[in-house]
Ligand binder design. Structure first.
Ligand SMILES: Nc1ncnc2c1ncn2[C@@H]1O[C@H](COP(=O)(O)OP(=O)(O)O)[C@@H](O)[C@H]1O
Ligand SMILES: [Mg+2]
Length: 274
């Protein structure tokens, strides 16, 4: 019998046929929310230009409330920008698109479905045999073997996020939008989830745009870290992290990259404990 081990998928054609190799292209992205109850309008995004290459892992980092989720919601087609050009997969964004998938902080899984049925939820177009093979593949990849029949209420928060990640991957999206997906987990679980995500990304090579306020998380994961200013968000710096994975959090180059991000956020003294 053929093993369903975590080898890269090649069962579906690569759907990225964008000529310039860009998964995302933003030009002068702007967002202003109308003021509530007589308050003035709130400017949240003040002109962002950003390109994300197909297969790239880009992390947006910035202080809480700066507009990170808003950027992601606009990219995902859940909110309409006030201005600018938003091109995803070579086309302007008009609304949510099933070729791209969101992973949120929590409550993404269906509580009434067990692990296997959650992961298989979007796979109705596959034959039963294919579906079972894909589910087994991703169960193993995210480390949930032995929990196939468990329901979300029987799982820890970290395991529920594993289910969600597996479901996102099984649908074979072009892009995964991740909004602080590990934000509700304890520190050690977060560390483990990050290193697992790196391993999974290395084998699947999906385009990932990941939002966090955690600088270490950004340096551990990203090809490039996009540092946003406090609201209204602009790009303060883009820091390429040209370090082999998995990354050693004590290596001088790692600390240097981290310092550059702290510096861009205006917090270097804090980072050095001064
Ligand atoms: N639908 C909305 N209407 C009005 N203001 C909003 C709305 N969504 C977000 N905001 C405001 O926009 C700012 C940025 O929010 P958000 O993108 O969620 O920040 P972050 O994800 O960086 O913490 C916040 O000040 C928030 O209050
Ligand atoms: Mg947010």
């Amino acid at each position: 019998m053929k093993s369903a081990g975590p080898t890269p998928r090649n069962d579906l054609p690569l759907r990225h046929t964008v000529p310039n190799g860009l998964a995302v292209s933003l030009r002068d992205l702007r967002m202003t929310f109308p003021g509530q109850r007589g308050q003035p309008p709130v400017e949240v995004i003040a002109g962002i230009d950003l390109d994300v290459h197909v297969g790239e892992f880009v992390v947006l980092v910035g202080p809480s409330g700066c507009g990170k989720s808003t950027v992601l919601n606009i990219l995902g087609g859940f909110q309409q920008a006030s201005g600018g050009q938003i091109v995803v997969g070579g086309q302007p964004v008009h609304g949510p698109d099933p070729r791209r998938i969101f992973v949120f902080q929590e409550n993404g899984v269906f509580p009434w479905l067990n692990v296997v049925d959650n992961i298989g939820f979007g796979l109705s177009k596959h034959s039963r045999a294919e579906r079972e093979q894909l589910i087994a593949h991703y169960v193993e990849m995210v480390g949930l073997k032995g929990f196939e029949k468990a329901y979300p209420r029987e799982l820890s928060g970290g395991m529920r996020q594993r289910v969600e990640l597996a479901r996102a991957l099984a649908a074979n999206p072009e892009i995964i939008w991740m909004d602080e997906p590990f934000g509700a987990l304890d520190y050690l679980t977060r560390l483990k989830m990050r290193s697992d995500l790196v391993r999974i990304w290395q084998s699947e090579r999906k385009t990932i745009v990941f939002v966090t306020h955690d600088i270490d998380e950004a340096v551990q994961l990203a090809d490039r870290v996009v540092v946003l200013t406090p609201r209204p968000a602009k790009i303060a710096a883009i820091v390429p992290i040209d370090l082999p994975r998995p990354r050693d959090m004590d290596a001088p180059d790692y600390l240097h990259a981290r310092d550059r991000i702290f510096e861009a956020m205006g917090n270097l003294a804090l980072a050095r404990g001064r």
